[in-house]
Design a protein around this ligand. Structure first.
Ligand code: PEP
Length: 292
């Protein structure tokens, strides 16, 4: 089991799957990794993206958050190489700050004009890829079956898939959220899925509205109950994130919900300070607690 010393002089043993055991001089603490993921979407032109990556990586290098907090930034394809270079310059371990893409094609190569494959993304230093975002489901007609093929392709290329699921407002209001989430989990994840799941209610994305703590707790508990049925095991702990209009104001409350393993951030990840404020809030809200 690899051991690291973090900036607080805390030694960390990182088991492969579940969580980390944090050992201090005084007490033993347990925690699971938490994630803050920035999805730039089709935003941030070249110079803006590079500056954003430099600002975020410099700050995380100078004042690192606790080691259980993993930050991932997902620029558009055209920015992957430049941002990768910026992250390399900052020389941070990838557990602290990693690169992700926003989509990939299911095939690894071939006559698919305009598409980008998972191995191509991997070539550019990315470790993660967002799949099944509602904007792709909506604007590109992506079905659960297509998303599952992409999950397979990403995994085969050594990328960690970040799969998005979430119901529309009408589905929620008609009391159909549970069946929508169940169908999406069943359809878009592979058996034995090794990746991250992001619950992103479509009505919360870009709307400035976030679900109440009670609703979030209920939905994430449901998702956690559905996962072992799809994975055919309860051995794998899939991190479950929330996404939709997250800012530094709601981040502490969202991150303090036990079932929440992190946040997927859209608009607020496009400005270094607002993204860093979310990272700081997430770190603060999830500091490891002494085990009983
Ligand atoms: C998203 O689209 O993944 C997202 C979370 O967007 P926003 O934070 O802007 O609602």
């Amino acid at each position: 089991m690899p051991t690291q010393i973090d900036q607080h002089g805390v030694s960390l043993s990182l088991p492969k799957r579940s969580g980390c055991i944090v050992q201090t001089g005084e007490s033993r603490m347990t925690t699971v990794p938490k994630f803050v993921i920035g999805n730039w979407k089709m935003q941030a032109r070249h110079e803006h993206g590079l500056q954003l990556a430099r600002d975020v990586s410099r700050r995380l290098k100078d004042t690192p958050p606790p080691a259980h907090l993993h930050t991932i930034i997902c620029p558009p394809f055209t920015q992957l190489d430049g941002v990768n270079q910026a992250l390399k310059t900052a020389d941070l371990p990838h557990e602290r700050l990693a690169l992700g893409a926003q989509d990939c094609y299911p095939a690894s190569s071939g006559p698919f004009t305009g598409d980008i494959s998972a191995p191509m993304i991997r070539d550019l230093g990315a470790r993660y890829v967002i799949l099944g975002h509602s904007e792709r489901r909506q604007n590109h007609g992506e079905t659960d079956a297509i998303i599952r093929q992409k999950v397979k392709a990403a995994t085969a290329a050594g990328l960690v898939p970040i799969v998005c699921i979430g119901e529309h407002l009408a589905e929620r209001n008609e009391g159909r959220a549970a069946s929508v989430l169940s169908t999406q989990i069943e359809g878009s994840l592979t058996r034995g899925f090794r990746g991250i799941l992001a619950y992103e209610p479509v009505w919360a994305i870009g709307s400035g509205i976030t679900p109440s703590r009670e609703e979030l707790q209920r939905k994430l508990t449901l998702i956690r109950a559905l996962l072992p049925m799809r994975l055919m095991t309860d051995d794998i702990r899939v991190p479950v994130l929330y996404g939709g209009s997250v800012t530094a104001v709601q981040a502490p409350s969202i991150m303090s919900i036990e079932a929440v393993d992190g946040v997927l951030v859209g608009s607020a990840s496009l400005e270094a300070q607002s993204f860093l404020d979310i990272i700081d809030a997430a770190a603060e809200a999830t500091l490891p607690q002494p085990s009983p």
